[in-house]
Ligand binder design. Structure first.
Ligand code: PNS
Length: 160
C-alpha cells in the first residue's frame, strides 16, 4: 500500500520522523508531501523544507519526499494513494484533525485518513515550539536531527 504523510514540516521534527519511520515499517511506500502554501509564512522555503526531510529519511528506502500545492484530495487522487496519514499527539490535536479528515472525505469520498498516535516521548513536540526555542538560541538537539538544528541556527543567526 502507498500512503501520503502531508504537512508543512517547517521544519521536520523527531515527532514527524517517528510517524514516518513507523509508517515505513507498515506500508510499501510512504510519500512525505510538503505543502507549498503561499498564504502561510514559513521560516524555511519549500526547497529547504524538502531537503531537510530528504536528509532525515535517506536511510529509509521506501520513503520519498514530494511537494504539493492546492487541495490535498486532488494530490491524493492524482497519485492514487491508499491513505492519508496524520499524527495525533494529544486530544487537542484531534478536533482539527477530525475536521480536516471529514472535509477531505466530503470533497472526495475516496480520500481516507488514518491517524497514528505519536510516541509519548515526542508528544510535546511541534515545529512551532522548536522554532521558538531555536529563536532564543535554546538547545533543540532532543527535538530535531543535527542537520535541522544547524539549519535553524543559520536562519536565526542571519536574522531571517
Ligand atoms: O503540518 P500541518 O500544517 O498541520 O499540515 C496541514 C496540511 C498541509 C495537511 C493541510 O493544511 C492541507 O492538507 N492543506 C492543503 C489544502 C487543503 O486540502 N485544504 C482542505 C483540507 S483542510
Amino acid at each position: 500500500m502507498k500512503i501520503v504523510y502531508p504537512g508543512s514540516f517547517d521544519p521536520i521534527t523527531y515527532g514527524h520522523l517517528d510517524v514516518i519511520r513507523r509508517c515505513s515499517m507498515k506500508f510499501d511506500e510512504v510519500v512525505v508531501a510538503v505543502l507549498e502554501n503561499n498564504n502561510k509564512k514559513t521560516l524555511f522555503s519549500l526547497a529547504e523544507r524538502k531537503s531537510l526531510i530528504e536528509e532525515s529519511v535517506e536511510e529509509l528506502e521506501n520513503v520519498k519526499v514530494d511537494t504539493f500545492s492546492g487541495l490535498l484530495v486532488d494530490y491524493v487522487a492524482q497519485n492514487q494513494f491508499d491513505f492519508v496519514i496524520r499524527g495525533l499527539r494529544s486530544v487537542s490535536d484531534f478536533e482539527y484533525e477530525f475536521q480536516m479528515a471529514l472535509v477531505n472525505h466530503q470533497l472526495d469520498a475516496f480520500t481516507e485518513t488514518l491517524f497514528m498516535v505519536t510516541s509519548s516521548r515526542h508528544s510535546y513536540l511541534s515545529s512551532s515550539i522548536v522554532k521558538e526555542v531555536a529563536s532564543f538560541d535554546g538547545n533543540v538537539d532532543l527535538m530535531v536531527p543535527s542537520h535541522v538544528s544547524m539549519a535553524l541556527k543559520n536562519k536565526f543567526q542571519k536574522g531571517e
